[in-house]
Ligand binder design. Structure first.
Ligand code: ADP
Length: 475
């Protein structure tokens, strides 16, 4: 049966309310029954006690009349009347009481019958009358005792009933509470699990993973939303693929004419087609610089396309650590000198002798960082390139005295096409995204750190051995 979220919530609320209300309703009913029972028993007991109390006076009267009858037979009817009154009372008690009181009443009535009989002078000895009277009194006293016991038993019955009602209410409330919590938890789970799936799916799409399908857990609104989400992810994946294919085609298409244009410029500059003036040569250099910029951009687009499509493959090799980092660091010394920048390359002597990486790709990532440092650091500034070992990792720090990274941008600068709001140097916002992709492919991590004083500091860690602990461990 498929229910909407609204129906599920209403059903769960209904069940929870029923489960919690049922014990309360039951205990109210029980309490009412106990009150009625106690009231009716109390009325019966007090009526019986009143009747028994009245009996004492009647019995005493009968005893006196019985004595007189022996002396004056004329008073016989008076005794009959007195005994009948006693028997009427006994009958009443008998009708309104539970066993064994009715039998005791019958016995008592018989005992008074005997008193009436033996009170007649013609019936025999006076001692016989005394015995009959004693029997009758004993019968009355047995009735009193039984009535007291019955009253006690009624009180105990009411107390037991109340205790068992309290026990039942307590247990049923506890069980109801647990069931209500389980129901509530299962409702919350049925809502939160698909939402968590959606959140995870959205984050994956944000990271450019369009292939993962989120599970459709129920045929409700969230299930339909998950289905729509999967269709949207598929469509986005198709668009992304088309975009990557277009970028790759366009980049490849641009590379050849750019290389040709560079060739023509070199041949013009070489003077093979006639001597050129100084101004013309300067213009040629500017054109060549622009072509280099476009070529770099095209290369970056190609790299990014490969990274996004997971097609950026690494040719891992064992590299001499100190030589690799020193060479890359030193390759910027000329530029530093040209710009009057104090540039310090510090490659630790304690680095492991060799480490595992793709030299071209890692070099590209490092050059992006150093390029940025030189691009954003003003003339006469300072740049440091520091490489240190760190328990199975190599830690590289590039820091400068440029404008630095505003706190709110530290994460965003690694997104593709993101450019800081305050930077004036030109660029496409691709360099850091590519560097991050390359370093993470090596199992490392890269981030920017706050530093004392002006400027930016970029840090990355690489495992000495490929297939190390991965970016999370590095971070
Ligand atoms: P681009 O430099 O082409 O804009 P990047 O991906 O290399 O693209 O850098 C992204 C952004 O990060 C830059 O636009 C800039 O805001 C910031 N950034 C990178 N390196 C530095 C740096 N050394 N100093 C200051 N800001 C930097």
């Amino acid at each position: 049966m498929s229910l909407t979220i609204r129906e599920k919530a209403l059903l769960a609320a209904g069940l929870i309310i029923t489960i919690l209300i049922a014990p309360t309703a039951y205990s109210v009913l029980m309490l009412r029954r106990i009150a009625e029972l106690a009231a009716s028993r109390a009325a019966a007991d007090s009526r019986a006690s009143g009747l028994v109390a009245g009996l004492d006076a009647l019995v005493e009267d009968a005893r006196r009349v019985a004595r007189v009858v022996r002396l004056d037979p004329e008073t016989g009817p008076r005794l009959d009347e007195s005994i009948e009154q006693i028997q009427d009372v006994l009958r009443e008690i008998k009708e309104s009481s539970d066993p064994p009181i009715p039998e005791l009443c019958v016995e008592a009535a018989e005992a008074f019958g005997t008193v009436r009989r033996v009170a007649r002078p013609e019936s025999g000895e006076e001692t016989e009358l005394s015995d009959a009277e004693a029997d009758a009194r004993a019968a009355i006293s047995r009735i009193k005792t039984a009535l007291q016991r019955a009253a006690g038993a009624h009180t105990t019955e009411a107390v037991n009933l109340a205790a068992s009602a309290a026990r039942f209410t307590l247990w049923s409330s506890a069980i109801g509470f647990v069931v209500a919590i389980l129901l509530w938890a299962s409702l919350v789970r049925s809502l939160s699990r698909p939402l968590r799936d959606l959140l995870a799916g959205t984050e994956k799409i944000g990271r450019g993973q369009f292939d993962d399908v989120i599970p459709i857990r129920a045929d409700d609104e969230l299930g339909r939303l998950a289905g729509a989400f999967n269709r949207m992810a598929e469509a986005l994946g198709d668009i992304e693929k088309m975009k990557a294919e277009f970028l790759a085609a366009a980049s490849h298409g641009l590379r050849t004419p750019l290389a040709c244009a560079k060739g023509h410029i070199s041949s013009l500059a070489s003077g093979r087609h006639g001597e050129m003036g100084l101004e013309s040569l300067k213009t040629l250099v500017r054109i060549e610089n622009e072509i280099d910029r476009v070529s770099r951009f095209v290369d970056q687009l190609l790299d990014l396309g490969r990274l996004r499509a997971g097609r950026l493959t690494l040719s891992m090799r064992d590299l001499p650590a100190a030589a690799f980092f020193t060479n890359i660091g030193r390759s910027f010394e000329g530029l530093a000198e040209e710009r009057g920048i104090r540039y310090k390359v510090d490659v630790s002597n304690d680095l492991p002798a060799r480490f595992n990486a793709d030299p071209d790709r890692l070099g590209e990532a490092l050059i992006n960082l150093l390029d940025n440092a030189f691009k954003y650091t003003p003339l006469e500034g300072q740049i440091g390139f520091d490489v240190q070992p760190e328990e199975g990792w190599i830690r590289v720090i590039v820091d400068d005295t440029g404008p630095g990274i505003p706190a709110g941008e530290a994460k965003r600068i690694f997104e593709r096409y993101y450019r800081g709001g305050a930077v004036s140097a030109d660029g496409a916002g691709l360099g850091l995204a590519i560097s991050r992709g390359i370093i993470e492919k090596h199992g490392g991590a890269i981030w920017s750190e706050e530093k004392e004083g002006p400027g930016a500091r970029f840090v990355f860690k690489l495992p000495v051995q490929a297939g190390g602990a991965g970016p999370e461990a590095a971070a």
